[in-house]
Design a protein around this ligand. Structure first.
Ligand SMILES: Cc1cc2nc3c(=O)[nH]c(=O)nc-3n(C[C@H](O)[C@H](O)[C@H](O)COP(=O)(O)OP(=O)(O)OC[C@H]3O[C@@H](n4cnc5c(N)ncnc54)[C@H](O)[C@@H]3O)c2cc1C
Length: 496
């Protein structure tokens, strides 16, 4: 099955921008850990207020979840307002709306103000109901929009290729952009005048010393009065919010069509989210779907096969150009987690519920106001402190599901490796403990500790990406054991 190049379309369609890695010690006002859209949005708003910031990025800016995204920018995600209204009431709903309108407008303002060339354009955003069973949900959402005075309407006519769907909710004048070009623009703005962006600079430890936060890396450290953890799932987490995050994953394709599609769509049953973007080869469709939990044992090729079949059925496909996967983390209450932790001067921004473009800018607004001790009418609704000392039902379930007693004891590593197919991964239980083994196409084997370096959950093999993933908290490691996604900081120990 040919799917094109194994890469995020965004990474492959943006120019290279390299920042040095940290070498030495520095002091700034605010340290920001992580240069995805959250870290860079926050750092931008802080620098705009005259603060000196230092962004520390373990890999390359934007190269993890942000580059897996469809990058739709909206003040509404999938039928969110009826959920907010029924669970939290009208007053809360109005503040929530204010936050999302502020975040949405701020993105436009920043792109304009910093003159960032990121293919930003206005489009309509359609949430489709293909069959009558979904009509009630659309009606309820419309009722919530009216109550909160949010522009949005129900239409019967939808553009190609969804002309024959049932009820559809549409938001006009929403936005889309190329997230990597946008992040490069932010990175260029942040760097200079006493502020810094460092790539290939992993934060290994954070210390509190005499009122300062010290972020330690291999070749230097940065100190400041404030630190923002923007590593998606936090690497440093005073209130253990990681226990309350749900880890899912989706798969994406980039394809050229014989007939272009404009606008952004969310299609339910089966769930797909899509939009198009200009590339050097022409307008390219991005389609994401096939959601599943990270520990799902299904062969990952099946997800891509389904996505390809769906694309062939719905669109007039010219060529398949890219495939990739990624997952954002979700919260049980569907509210992001943004604010100061119970440790003074330490802030986090996470739990974006696959709505991180606008929510990252809201994180910037909230953390800017907190750090500058300004009033902010909606900061309480996202507070991380809502999880403090709260027992997590999902954490208990995860630990129960991924405990090790159900893996049969294997007495010989050698026999196991000999029996394994080339280019396959396996978790085994042997005299050395739980091991993660990958045997490559040339029969070389890589034998690692099979438990995540974050909290010890048993890892899961992704046979398409050739990575080890933690089903509990979302950490990802390459087959050599190098950490490529937080919350883990440390690589997997080599066992053989
Ligand atoms: C399939 C999919 C579709 C989506 N579609 C949309 C959409 O249409 N619209 C929308 O608004 N949102 C969407 N989202 C959600 C959005 O992409 C995310 O919420 C957002 O990109 C998360 O950004 P982030 O900065 O938190 O994470 P990341 O982009 O992952 O950034 C975190 C950074 O921290 C770095 N880091 C980790 N550990 C360390 C360390 N120890 N030291 C230093 N740096 C470290 C990482 O390398 C990484 O670069 C989608 C997400 C997915 C997965």
């Amino acid at each position: 099955m040919f799917l094109g190049k194994h890469s995020s379309l965004w990474v492959d369609n943006s120019d290279d921008l390299d920042f040095d890695s940290l070498n030495g010690d520095l002091e700034v006002d605010v340290i920001v850990v992580g240069a995805g859209i959250a870290g860079l949005s926050i750092a931008t708003l802080l620098k705009k207020e005259g603060l000196k910031v230092c962004v520390l990025e373990a890999r390359k800016i934007g190269h993890y979840i942000t580059s897996a995204s469809t990058a739709k920018i909206s003040y509404s995600s999938n039928l969110i307002y009826s959920h907010i209204l029924s669970n939290f009431g009208r007053e809360f709903g109005l503040k929530f709306k204010e936050a999302y309108f502020d975040g949405f407008n701020k993105i436009k303002e920043i792109v304009d103000d910093l003159n960032i060339d990121c293919d930003l354009r206005e489009v309509s955003f359609y949430i489709l109901s293909e069959d009558e069973t979904k009509n009630d949900f659309i009606d309820t959402e419309l009722g919530a929009l009216k109550e909160l005075d949010i522009p949005g309407k129900v239409v019967d006519k939808v553009p190609y290729p969804f002309e024959n769907v049932n009820k559809t909710l549409v938001y006009e004048n929403q936005l889309e952009f190329n997230p990597m070009k946008y992040l490069h623009g932010l990175g260029r703005y942040i760097y200079g005048g006493g502020s810094f962006v460092f790539e290939k600079t992993k934060v290994l430890d954070i210390e509190n010393f005499e009122g300062f936060k010290i972020a330690k890396t291999k070749n230097g450290s940065v100190r400041g009065k404030n630190i923002v953890i923007a590593t998606n799932t936090p690497i440093y987490d005073p209130d253990s919010v990681y226990k309350h995050l749900i880890q899912n994953k989706s798969h994406g394709l980039g394809l050229l069509l014989k007939r272009d599609i404009k606008d952004m769509f969310i299609v339910s049953n089966p769930f797909h989210t899509l939009r198009s973007t200009p590339t050097s080869k022409g307008e390219m469709l991005i389609i994401l779907g096939e959601h599943h939990s990270i520990g799902d044992p299904t062969d990952r090729n099946v997800f891509y096969k389904n996505l390809r079949n769906y694309s062939d059925n719905v669109f007039d496909v010219d060529s398949f150009e890219y495939f990739w996967s990624g997952g954002d983390n979700l919260t049980e209450d569907r509210l992001a987690i943004i604010g100061e932790t119970s440790e003074k001067g330490t802030y986090i921004a996470t739990g974006f519920n696959s709505w991180g473009m606008t929510t990252s800018m809201i994180s910037g607004i909230i953390l800017r106001d907190l750090i500058l001790k300004r009033e902010n009418s909606y900061l309480n609704i996202f507070s991380p402190l809502r999880f403090k000392d709260k027992e997590s039902k999902i954490e208990k379930e995860k630990i129960e599901k991924f405990k090790d007693v159900d893996i049969k004891f294997t007495d010989s590593i050698t026999k196991t490796v000999l029996k394994m197919d080339n280019d396959s991964g396996k978790i085994i239980n042997c005299e050395l403990g739980i091991l993660a083994i990958y045997k490559d196409s040339d029969s070389n084997s890589y034998i690692l500790n099979g438990k995540c370096s974050h909290r010890g959950c048993r890892l899961h093999w992704d046979n398409v990406e050739r990575i080890w993933e933690c089903p509990c908290h979302g950490s990802v490691f390459d087959y050599k054991g190098n950490v490529i996604r937080a919350p883990a900081i440390h690589n997997l120990e080599k066992k053989y």
